[in-house]
Design a protein around this ligand. Structure first.
Ligand code: NDP
Length: 332
């Protein structure tokens, strides 16, 4: 079988040189493990952090390691009585045709609720990130204006819809007209800003959020975040989820940037990790499944075909190739 390995640490923007496809024996699951035929695998921005040899919340990959990430697939050998051969499961696996999953960490997949790739997006880790980051960290109230950056991605598109379900006015920021149209026309966002074609972010937020910003869900950082900080209302809440604009930077600019804006607004800025909420993950997934089943939350996945193109799918996250969740189809 084939699996992707980490070939070299990138310097700045990653390239295909960091990846190597190798052939090797299919693994055998031990007690408590499942061997899964991978149907879809997930590529995620946080993996850029794992390519760095630095202490972080996600353990760095060692050069030569097989690449790890979320997968959905079918159990072909089971070392656990929790799952039988033929069951569909999601869990933490590898960028490979077959992957060994810890049965305790795997979750069942119900194709009646949504297609398999959704279990890597809205019904997987990104959906839970949106759920806990918005509802627990940012605590939106009806009538609040909520701004979300990276709005047409896996996390952002769910955040905006959850905010709408909570009675908020929602403004999304994304990088193409196709994305902003999806947000306003299909997902019910009240306004969307294409940051790639906007020269004056502050003026754009004056138009899109005339009453100021009560909640900012930040997926990107950089100049978009600087502009939103100038619009924060008194007691605004900022949930810092991601800073993708900085992930490939070798040195992030130092200095307070827009922190003085926090004085007048008395805003609260709080970072969070989805893993902090592991004990409530099942409850969150059940609620998200309920909203998806009822049609209250829409989702979209961008599918790259073939394990051999997994690195391209990963690199595309940094140039905004994906609408919704980026996944790779490994097998039918
Ligand atoms: P997305 O599906 O949103 O994909 C990344 C998107 O980021 C791209 O589509 C692109 O869209 C946008 N982007 C890329 N570079 C830039 C840039 N320089 N400036 C602005 N936007 C950019 O990814 P996810 O939904 O999986 O993740 C969103 C964020 O949440 C990431 O920062 C990620 O690291 C973080 N995260 C944090 C977690 C936590 O526990 N705190 C857990 C999971 C994710 P566009 O065309 O709009 O530029």
């Amino acid at each position: 079988m084939r699996a992707w390995h980490f070939a070299e640490r990138p310097d700045g923007e990653p390239t295909l040189d960091s990846f190597e496809l190798r052939e090797y024996e299919r693994p055998t699951p031990r007690h408590g493990e499942l061997l899964v035929r991978v149907r879809y695998l997930s590529v995620d921005p946080y993996m850029r952090g794992r390519m760095r040899d630095a202490d972080s919340y996600a353990e760095p990959w060692a050069v030569g390691d097989v690449l790890r990430g979320g997968v959905v697939g079918e159990v072909v050998e089971s070392g656990s009585d929790r799952y039988a051969v033929g069951d569909l499961v999601a869990g933490r696996g590898t960028w490979a045709e077959y992957s060994v999953l810890d049965a305790d960490d795997a979750t069942p997949v119900d194709p009646e609720v949504a297609d398999l790739p959704a279990y890597l997006g809205v019904l997987g880790m990104p959906g839970r990130t949106a759920y806990f980051g918005l509802l627990d960290v940012a605590e939106p109230r009806p009538g609040d204006t909520v701004v979300v950056s990276g709005a047409a991605g896996a996390v952002g598109s769910t955040v905006g819809q959850l905010a709408k379900l909570n009675g908020c006015r929602v403004v999304g920021v994304a990088g193409t007209d196709e994305k902003t149209a999806w947000l306003t026309d299909d997902l019910g966002f009240d306004a969307a800003i294409n940051y790639e074609t906007t020269d004056d972010y502050r003026a754009a937020f004056d138009d899109a959020a005339p009453d100021g910003v009560d909640v900012y869900f930040d997926n990107v950082g950089g100049p978009i975040t600087d502009a939103v900080f100038t619009k924060l209302n008194v007691d605004a809440r900022v949930a810092v989820c991601g800073q993708i604009a900085h992930y490939n930077a070798e040195a992030v600019p130092t200095g307070p940037r827009k922190l003085p804006q926090l004085i007048a607004s008395r805003a609260t800025v709080k970072g969070f990790l989805v893993t902090d909420y592991a004990t409530r993950a099942d409850a969150a997934r059940e609620r998200l499944e309920g909203w998806v089943r009822a049609g209250d939350i829409s989702h979209r996945e961008t599918v790259v075909e073939g394990l051999e193109h997994a690195p391209d799918a990963f690199l595309g996250l940094f140039s905004g190739e994906n609408v919704g969740k980026q996944v790779v189809r490994v097998a039918e």
